[in-house]
Design a protein around this ligand. Structure first.
Ligand SMILES: [Zn+2]
Ligand SMILES: [Zn+2]
Ligand SMILES: [Zn+2]
Length: 89
């Protein structure tokens, strides 16, 4: 069992279909996060399924914290590997 620190939901629970956190904070600016299903920019990004393969949110939902599939809204890389959010994650 693991809980997302942003929404306090159990990420393995199917009812946790979306995170409640919709933005990343960069200084005093709020940047909208990329929802699951919106990040497909190419066929090789990842294989798309009904629910996120990593954090389990539904299509159109916001990923939970530290999801390996979430795409960075700034650079387009995976949020967990890009360096845009070191100060907020
Ligand atoms: Zn969450
Ligand atoms: Zn996810
Ligand atoms: Zn980034």
């Amino acid at each position: 069992m693991s809980h997302c620190p942003d929404c306090q939901q159990d990420v393995s629970d199917p009812s946790a279909a979306t995170c409640t956190r919709r933005h990343f904070r960069l200084g005093n600016r709020l940047v909208p996060r990329v929802r699951y299903g919106d990040e497909r920019r190419s066929a090789v990004w990842y294989s798309f399924e009904d629910r996120c393969d990593d954090c389990g949110v539904e299509s159109g939902g916001y990923h939970h914290r530290d999801c390996a599939i979430e795409q960075c809204p700034l650079c387009g890389d995976y949020v967990t590997v890009c360096r845009c959010w070191n100060q907020v994650l």
